[in-house]
Design a binder for this molecule. Structure first.
Ligand SMILES: [Zn+2]
Length: 198
């Protein structure tokens, strides 16, 4: 089983200052067309997000559940696609934004949990996101990765683990690349051992 892991804010939906309100949910450019294309190509579609506001307020579990329900429902209604999973890290990061759990990207915990739950073959999966933390989480899980060049990454702390396999203009561009590169030989650069990179 293969999947595409999708970051939520800035990748699947427009990054809004008040993301908790389901009425304000707007899909990113071409996102629904991208989901249709990946679904047709046989990829399970799984959202991987952080929601640290659950730990720090002002976002409650009930509000988050409503947002998740709205997102899943709108994808079903507007793209005729069923999302296979929706995984969120609810933990607050450290003072410098570093993860204090194994599930906040760039840690790969949620991707691994999804792989176990859905029987995924991670080397045939992709992580798509708008930040290098998405890329690192994908690479740590053993996936191939696409960075959306939509201007949301600002720090550019680069390393081999934070180097995407491909950069794309939007989610549809990424979907087309993923579908057309299927089965092809992929130029995979050797990666340093984890201990050498952190
Ligand atoms: Zn976490």
């Amino acid at each position: 089983m293969k999947a595409v892991f999708l970051d939520k804010d800035g990748t699947l939906i427009v990054n809004a200052s008040y993301v908790a309100d389901p009425r304000r949910l707007r899909f990113a450019r071409n996102a629904l067309a991208a989901l249709r294309q990946l679904d047709l190509a046989g990829y399970a579609l799984i959202v991987i997000t952080h929601q640290p506001q659950l730990a720090t307020g002002p976002f409650t579990m009930l509000e988050f559940a409503a947002l998740r329900r709205t997102l899943i429902g709108r994808v079903r209604d507007e793209a005729s696609v069923s999302l296979a999973g929706f995984y969120a890290c609810p933990h607050a990061p450290g003072a410098n934004g570093e993860p204090r759990c194994g599930c906040r990207k760039p840690m790969p915990g949620l991707l691994r949990a999804a792989a176990l739950a859905h029987g995924l073959d991670l080397e045939h999966c992709w992580m798509v996101g708008d930040s290098l933390n998405d890329i690192e989480a994908g690479r740590r899980a053993g996936c191939r990765t696409v960075l959306l060049d939509v201007g949301n990454e600002t720090e550019w702390r680069v390393s081999p683990l934070r180097t995407p396999h491909r950069r794309c203009a939007d989610l549809l561009d990424a979907a087309q690349f993923i579908v057309t590169s299927e089965g092809g030989e992929f130029d995979e650069r050797p990666l340093p051992r984890l201990a050498e990179t952190r």
